[in-house]
Ligand binder design. Structure first.
Ligand SMILES: NC(=O)C1=CN([C@@H]2O[C@H](COP(=O)(O)OP(=O)(O)OC[C@H]3O[C@@H](n4cnc5c(N)ncnc54)[C@H](OP(=O)(O)O)[C@@H]3O)[C@@H](O)[C@H]2O)C=CC1
Ligand SMILES: O=C1CO[C@H](CO)[C@@H](O)[C@@H]1O
Length: 319
């Protein structure tokens, strides 16, 4: 099986279905990535903070060694964590991810969040009194300029951002030398992100949706709300098309040009999530799913409330 590609603004192709890797246990993910490659996955969404890049890398190395795939057919994303925003830390952080993943270039490197945490290898610097993250006052534009050098030196084919809001994207568009090739954001029927996505499409920025299955086991804060996969509207549409609810949620995104990175370590789920190209959702069904929008965000990042670059906190000067 294969998946269509999205043609990025740097002229490279990005497969529209990739495999998410957050919370995939290191002891399970090597087998999961090998299974995914056998199914046809070529796109892997990774990050230093997920703590499993070395295990993803060993699966990739094994599959390349056995001749199942070649590096040039893979699309590998990693992300710069918040404690490495100092410009001089950007290249070493990228090289650490590349070393763990066993690759000599990344297809895409994202700034994971606009907020800088206290610089260093403590990935969650926390204030003991408040339980909040300890911040560093680094302008994300300075971090971005160091990421631009990664493209110039050939370490990354493309750079982008994640969890940036409209104001922050506009600032990059007006002040940076390279514009972001991709924005990765939380996106699913409870959080459609319509105007942010329009801004991206108007500026040839591809959009990747994370938690597009509702992050499944993450509790949703609104009392009485259904986990997305169990919502009656999604279940009814799934029954009508004789598909799984997850396939409906992924087709919903990809049908409007959004790239998806569902996470799974279960082979049957990985197969279902990849196999979404032989049906299309009718306008009425798309509309019924659109109507579930309730600004329902799973990834609130409350530990970083108070940071001037927090992208979602309503009192942030940059939100
Ligand atoms: N940039 C950022 O800040 C963020 C990026 N991400 C990225 O996005 C990826 C996906 O988001 P994530 O929040 O992990 O959650 P998802 O919305 O992808 O949901 C993952 C959960 O859904 C289950 N699942 C997967 N497929 C199916 C299926 N077909 N039927 C039923 N259940 C299924 C998985 O369990 P099982 O393993 O049993 O299949 C897992 O528990 C992450 O892994 C990460 O790569 C995520 C959050 C933030
Ligand atoms: O991708 C993500 C999941 O894990 C991280 C924390 O552990 C999040 O901050 C991040 O956005």
């Amino acid at each position: 099986m294969s998946t269509p590609n999205f043609l990025l603004s740097n002229g490279k192709n990005m497969p529209m279905v990739g495999l998410g890797t957050w919370r995939s246990p290191p002891q399970a993910i090597t087998q999961a990535v090998k299974d995914a490659i056998d199914i046809g996955y070529r796109h892997f969404d990774c990050a230093h903070i997920y703590g499993n890049e070395a295990q993803v890398g060993s699966a990739i190395a094994e599959k390349i060694k056995e001749g199942a795939v070649t590096r040039d057919k893979l699309f590998i994303t990693s992300k710069l964590w918040n404690t490495y925003h100092k410009p001089e830390m950007v290249r070493p952080a990228c090289e650490t991810s590349m070393r763990n993943l066993g690759v000599d270039y990344l297809d895409l490197y994202l700034m994971h969040w606009p907020m800088a945490y206290k610089s260093g290898d403590n990935l969650y610097p926390t204030c003991p009194d408040t339980g909040k993250a300890v911040f560093d006052s680094i302008d994300f534009l300075d971090t971005w300029r160091a990421m631009e050098n990664l493209v110039d030196s050939g370490l990354c084919h493309a750079i982008g951002v994640s969890n940036f809001n409209e104001h922050q994207i506009n600032r990059l568009l007006s002040e940076a030398k390279l514009k972001p090739v991709v924005l990765q954001i939380e996106c699913h029927p409870y959080l459609r992100q319509k105007s942010l996505i329009t801004l991206c499409y108007d500026n040839a920025i591809a959009v990747t949706a994370y938690s597009s299955l509702g992050s499944a086991h993450t509790p949703y804060e609104k009392p009485g709300a259904y986990p997305l996969l169990e919502h009656p509207v999604i279940q009814e549409i799934a029954a009508k098309y004789e598909r799984e609810p997850a396939q409906i949620l992924l087709r919903y995104q990809t049908q409007s040009g959004i790239i998806v990175i569902p996470r799974s370590i279960t082979k049957q789920h990985m197969y279902e999530n990849f196999n979404i190209w032989d049906f299309g959702l009718a306008i009425d069904d798309l509309k019924a799913i659109d109507d579930l929008d309730c600004n329902g965000r799973f990834m609130t990042m409350k530990a970083a409330y108070g940071h001037p670059y927090h992208p979602f906190e309503s009192t942030s000067p940059h939100s």
